[in-house]
Ligand binder design. Sequence first.
Ligand code: BES
Ligand code: ZN
Length: 639
Amino acid sequence: MIKQFILVSIAALTMSACNNPKEIKEENQKEELSMKEEMELNLVYSDHHSFAKPDEAVVKHLNWVATVDFDKKIIAATANYDIENIRGVNEIHLDSRNLKISKITRNDFEGDLEFESKEHGEDLGTELIIPITAKTTAISITYETTKGADALQFLNPVQTAGKKHPFLFTQSQAILARTWLPCQDSPGIRFTYEAKVTVPQGMLALMSASNPTEINETGVYNFVMDQPVPSYLMALSVGNIAYRKLGPITGVYAEPEVIEAAAYEFADMQHMVDTAEALYGKYRWGKYDVIVLPPSFPFGGMENPRLTFATPTIIAGDRSLTALIAHELAHSWSGNLVTNASWEDIWLNEGFTVYFENRIMEEIFGKDFANMLALLSYQDLQDEIAWLNSEGREADTRLRVDLEGRNPDDGLTGIPYDKGFYFLKLIEETVGREKFDAFLNEYFQTFAFKVMTTDAFLFYLDQKLLNENPSWVDAIRPKDWIFGMGLPDNCPIIKSDKFEKVEAQFTLWKEGKNASELEVKAWMTPEWMHFVRMLPDTMTEKQMAGLDKAFGFTEIGNSEIQAAWFEKVIPNNYKVANQATEEFLIRVGRRKFLTPIYKAIVKSNDGIERANKIYAKARPNYHAVSIATLDDLLSWKAE
Ligand code: BES
Ligand code: ZN
């Protein structure tokens, strides 16, 4: 059980939300009258996925000294922690998993400490119980990572674009930071850090911190993150990496072979940052850079502070998949500033971020475009609910999920994203955009560098926004959304002329019109996605070949469209796409694409056998996160 109390001054907040000078004056007077009018947010929560006891003794700062060994595929490190023994307790609890710990020391004791390692199973790992006293202000742990470091992926040169140098990246969210760093691995616990990382000469190291932009001769790099961050935002990337500045505070990192294309693709990045700031307040992290990783990165993107990690599959050549950058950038507010207290509240991170992402896209590409994205999200949501129901997982269609005794990855469905988005959209539509934006601005400001629980958010929402008009709560029914299953019947309905046009063309095609005669000229990625998703489950060879001839789906450079196409044609035994599918599955490790494609293969003729054959070849290329999901999906027996 973790307890925190956050005092929020309502008067001061109301004031900061007004732009009108006259109103501010009035508000100032009001504030004087009601200086004591404070509301106490009672944040009591438990994180089932960490053994830390931060209300007893907590890590405040980390000084990490590490060497990356590409031959042994390990990191050898000493982690020096400044700690605060809040309650004068006699032990501090850290999370770890599959680490080889050789030594633990502390400032007020000579020699090595005897510590306790308590095993908690495959997912949660080993609880380290380290003896301390009221005088302890620092502890030090010397350790090495092992083959079981699921956060890390060491790539051989063949898995990179350049094919000459190895590569390493980390993925810490949700509870994998503990596989490369003993830490209090709970999203509500924040610490600052500095690091000194030694890598082979000729390589660059980058972290979620202040970063170098050039390879140096020594192979030693220093990092500082002086704003407190939770452990899941700890990140490291090492490789032959180049940098290209894009704007005053923005830039992109990638292998030299990819940097040109990356710089072209993300040309809008500075504009996105400016747009995001205009919406919800100052960008608080100094720089915003993106690193384009090799294709085995298991996610689309990861919002590591100051340095988003991204898959190269968003490089389509036409800047059409950059909503993902808007998403990761938006996390600089929702998630990185205001952070879900536990993984059961992940909708507070992801739902807010999808909403924010949509607003950025609307500002930059217009309402029509944002509406199309919202409709794709609606389709995803319908599919996800249907799938979870079919699996007997109705409870996981709640926004607030129960993950006790489960892996937090189980909560990582489309629900926190898409249902979260529609819930916030509903609030926006009910109270009006102006009020909702003022509310969100305050929310990010007030809770910056703090945690948020679902209950505290509901209370705050009520006090700061919905209280004003009693009919709003009835119109929104927040509790139905958060604690109820499925999709409430007051879900906003979004209309899109553009999608209606796509539907009209689709109907013509279905009635027999040649694909090459359809009017598709100005279609952008969302329109193509809508079209491909509408394709019937059963298609003839002639239909598929016709579409392919007209639109080149099988070889298309846009990974989203290509993956959606594979998903449709594979169960129809469209042999033409076999080789491209196989190549895609071997090259790309992004789980969001892999899962539906493997599922589609399993559905085709001789599917299980073929899926396993491809998987045997592809599996060594994948990150542990994707392997875990696919081993399960394909009932793979690890040797
Ligand atoms: N933070 C998430 C990725 C994540 C969530 C990793 C939970 C591990 C546990 C990231 O911001 C994300 O949502 N990525 C999406 C892209 C987005 C545009 C929906 C992805 O990777 O597909
Ligand atoms: Zn996200």
